[in-house]
Design a protein around this ligand. Structure first.
Ligand code: ZN
Length: 195
């Protein structure tokens, strides 16, 4: 495969960090595209959102180009390498999206990265939410719950999601895990910033 993953440009001798530093890369990125990647300054995210990243997300989620999962997998392997943790937990998709049979974007990346993870979080469905009284809904902003039998006591956890905009999803999930006895909950997203 000698075409750039993102712009499709045919690459002859151009060798980038992607081909050198990442073990057995299943993609190549041209230097033009590489220059458009903006790294996040926060440890909570790998890339910062920009126009280019918008296209990358579109290529991954809507065109369902799985080579992009390899790109994020390589990025996250690098980002997670020096961290000390017991468990990696991905933020689950909205149940409605699973019914639509959209593939699990975050879990696919973790699988490609060979990073073991536990799916212990579940998002309440709208049906479950609607069973709560108005007062309950106002009091309990929490829309995650733990699957039964999941023990988080004393665990150092890394929570993973694809895109972080307001950070509300992450803080709710973190709160739930801390309440369940986790020692520490770090956050790592592929991309942060306004969409
Ligand atoms: Zn390119």
């Amino acid at each position: 495969m000698n075409n750039c993953l993102f712009c499709g440009e045919y690459l002859v001798i151009e060798v980038t960090w992607a081909t050198f530093l990442w073990r057995a890369p299943s993609f190549i990125i041209c230097s033009n595209c590489e220059e458009q990647l903006v790294y996040s300054k926060s440890p909570d995210a790998i890339y910062f959102h920009n126009e280019f990243m918008n296209d990358v997300i579109h290529q991954y989620k809507f065109q369902q180009d799985l080579r992009v999962a390899h790109f994020f997998a390589a990025s996250i392997r690098k980002a997670i390498k020096k961290r000390k943790y017991d468990v990696v937990i991905p933020i689950p998709m909205h149940p409605k999206k699973e019914i639509e049979r959209t593939f699990a974007h975050v879990e696919t990346v973790l699988k490609f990265a060979n990073i073991p993870f536990q799916t212990v979080l579940q998002k309440d469905t709208e049906e479950q939410q609607s069973k709560k009284s108005k007062k309950e809904r106002e009091q309990v902003a929490q829309f995650f719950s733990l699957i039964s039998g999941a023990s988080m006591r004393g665990k150092k956890i890394i929570l993973i999601d694809d895109v972080m905009t307001t950070g509300k999803t992450m803080s709710l999930a973190r709160q739930l895990l801390m309440d369940a006895g986790a020692e520490k909950v770090e956050i790592l997203t592929f991309i942060s910033g306004q969409m």
